[in-house]
Design a protein around this ligand. Sequence first.
Ligand code: UD1
Ligand code: UDP
Length: 436
Amino acid sequence: MKIAVVLGTRPEIIKMAPVIDEITKNNDECILIHTGQHYDIEMSKQFFEDLNIKIPDYNIGIGSKTAIKQISIIISELEKILLDENVDIVLVQGDTNTVLAGALASNKLKIPVGHVEAGLRSFDKNMPEETNRIIADNCSELYFVPTEETAINLQNEGIAHNKIHITGNTIVDACFRHKDIAKEKSILKENIIFDEYIALTMHRAENVDDSERLTNIINALLSLDKNIVFPIHPHTRKSLEELDLYEKVLNSENIQVTKPLGYLDFLYLISNSQLILTDSGGVQEEAITLNIPCITLRYNTERPETITAGGNILAGTTSEEISRNINHILDNPDVYKSMQNASNPYGDGTSSKQIIKIIKDSIINDTLNVKKADSITDFIGYKKYSIKNDITVNQYEKTNKGHIIEQVFDDENPLCISDDLNLKDMDIIVKIFKTK
Ligand code: UD1
Ligand code: UDP
């Protein structure tokens, strides 16, 4: 089996590290393609060292450009590489410009795409990440989704249930594998100047490219009577410098600014924090994995499971709401404890193992190929049926040739579809094709 992994930014490197590890453990071939979207040592190379990943076979070296230039150049460079390499599948992870370009290039070359962390939706199309993930999902053949909620997002968009696999999130694999190593090896503890602190990360375009929002958030943080450690993303640093706010943050007594941290140092930092303040996707997931209460500096999240589980709160970006939520959590031991005890919706740290097994099985069963036109027959339409008898999804689809179940409702609640789900007393929506 020959698998190409396309990655380009810090979170993709971290979340694909366990998958790359699993590919090599199985003696399969991994072609590693770095787009170079992140290129500073502390945004890229550091993670290859901390997570023990091989040097990429290719580096497109795209660097910082407009989204259109990044995406179009990556696509055309990938065309040459992928035509040469003849891989069984291309894996992409998440929702960056790299992911959109990787998925689209592979789809155009008719190479099956496996999307790791598929199905997340913020329903906010102002976010570049939202369109990136929707397009990447449209280009994919295999969907590795973290939770049932994300599986349902894909079902609602008409993605066939047998292509969707709930595997948890590979961030849990990365976190579990490295948190003890971080405790042992991180040298950060000597450098943190506070005994108790809130860990802060922020880089989301809708916060740091909006001068009013960024100024609001910074003013809220400067006026807090709490200590903050803030490893600063280069994007954020640039925006703060442009607004003449960077020096102000550097000189503030309650905020310790550091350069972006390597994975071990960052895990050490958040594991020992009282609270996490963030607009990052991956950090929301790590917070609940490490049992640290989290406040998200956004108005929506594509990780709603963290909110329903009780480990994360959406505070938006106003001074009042940020301070109110911090004080509410830190001044109320019961609130704090219940957030700490929120159960992790992202799995048990075996996500990468499951992903590689699913790919292997799909290749063995010959289900990974992008379908040829003659295997797709006329579409008749959608129908809704109420099922009265005991029958599983698998049995229903075998008995009713040409029927593909798109959605299942138990009363008004949509359910995640699996082969052995019993449909008795459920309503189903079915896509019907003419059979040969
Ligand atoms: C990108 C992703 C975002 C992801 C984040 C992870 C997109 C649209 N955005 O955001 O979804 O959450 O990565 O961190 O793909 N820069 C450097 N050095 C670097 C990288 C970036 O200085 O190594 C600076 C440059 O000024 C650059 C800016 O950061 O213009 C933004 O970089 P870019 O990769 O476009 O977006 P991120 O904000 O990093
Ligand atoms: N991270 C890190 N060092 C830092 C900040 C974050 O190693 O200084 C890691 C963090 O552990 C998480 C990932 O970066 O796994 C999240 O990446 P980021 O916040 O840049 O992107 P997002 O997840 O929002 O796409």
